[in-house]
Design a protein around this ligand. Structure first.
Ligand SMILES: Cc1cc2nc3c(=O)[nH]c(=O)nc-3n(C[C@H](O)[C@H](O)[C@H](O)COP(=O)(O)OP(=O)(O)OC[C@H]3O[C@@H](n4cnc5c(N)ncnc54)[C@H](O)[C@@H]3O)c2cc1C
Length: 287
């Protein structure tokens, strides 16, 4: 199948793109790398009247340090995230996660903003977004607003972004001292999307006691979620095999896991516990 006909625009400023989105009144879509949008258009699951390609807007791509935080433009590709020495040093969870997305062609075109705005429950970066509680800047006709990742994801392919808003940049604090992170996923053997994945960030004090733990899970429900029970169980504990095992056992508590042809709900809950334990074990070994 091929996509239904659509109009195509290449604005050169964010303001121009917002004006177009407003004119189409919810019937236009932003085009970033096109690696999620074009497949669903070809299947006619999406039939937007127009595509607004933001690839020609300058300033939307790149990674920079700003006042103790790392700021990433929405059009920064997965490859740029994967290969950034600044991120490897300051927020290593992101390059590690971007490096396991699909294959090299996908990573060369797909963007961090597209992956987060698309909100595929099996997407890799959304799990890291939750674990890092990213600050996401949305710009629209009513001005700018900042959304935290934990409030951004609403449901399958649904976010708190309004149809006339553009995600322009992502802000993440640089890791504090004694922080370690890891991303572990059980990949679909064909697409490499996560059937279930876990992104973990832990910070300990000088004697190895956990001060902060943050875990984002993907694939388990319709949106990436924080494993709050695991996070709470780790605070104040010495990080070791036993405390990690006990905390990870809570990974699926309170969640209603999805079931599909790839994995039943029961199996997904099991994977959440196993992959949370693996991610926490590697993260704590890296603090
Ligand atoms: C074969 C294949 C395998 C893949 N494997 C994986 C995988 O293993 N893991 C994984 O995580 N992903 C995988 N992907 C998806 C890939 O990561 C996509 O690049 C990503 O999900 C979407 O980014 P994009 O830039 O291509 O966005 P697009 O496809 O251009 O857009 C996706 C959606 O987000 C909206 N959007 C995009 N940018 C913005 C913005 N700045 N503001 C507001 N809305 C915006 C669009 O309107 C659209 O609705 C795979 C894709 C393919 C085709």
């Amino acid at each position: 199948m091929s996509a239904a006909t659509f109009e195509y625009h290449t604005p050169s400023t964010i303001q121009e793109a917002i004006t177009l989105l407003t004119q189409y009144n919810g019937e236009a879509k932003i085009l970033a790398g096109g690696h999620s949008l074009l497949p669903i258009m070809n299947l006619r699951l999406a039939q937007p009247k127009a595509l607004i390609d933001i690839g020609k807007i300058s300033g939307l791509s790149g990674i920079r340090e700003d006042n103790g935080a790392i700021v990433i433009g929405a059009m920064t590709t997965h490859y740029m995230v994967e290969s950034s020495s600044l991120l490897k040093q300051k927020v290593p969870l992101l390059p590690e996660t971007a490096a396991v997305i699909g294959d090299v062609q996908i990573r060369n075109r797909g963007t961090i903003g597209g992956s987060i705005a698309h909100a595929d429950p099996a997407g890799d970066l959304p799990a890291a977004a939750v674990a890092l509680d990213m600050q996401l800047k949305a710009v629209g006709p009513r001005g700018e607003r900042i959304l935290s990742a934990r409030e951004f994801f609403v449901d399958i392919l649904t976010t708190a972004l309004q149809p006339d808003e553009i995600l322009t940049e992502i802000r993440v604090p640089a890791f504090a001292a004694h922080t370690g992170s890891a991303y572990e996923k059980f990949p679909n053997p064909a697409s490499r999307y996560a059937i279930v994945g876990a992104a973990a960030v832990v910070t300990v004090d000088g004697s190895g006691v956990c001060q902060k733990a943050s875990i984002g899970l993907n694939g388990i429900t319709g949106k990436p979620v924080a494993a709050v029970g695991v996070e709470q169980a780790l605070i104040g504990k010495q990080l070791n095999n036993q405390s990690i095992q006990e905390a990870a056992a809570k990974a699926a508590d309170g969640l209603e896991p999805l079931g599909d042809i790839f994995a039943s709900a029961t199996y997904r809950a099991h994977l959440a516990r196993v992959y949370t334990k693996r991610a926490l074990t590697r993260a704590s070994g890296r603090v």
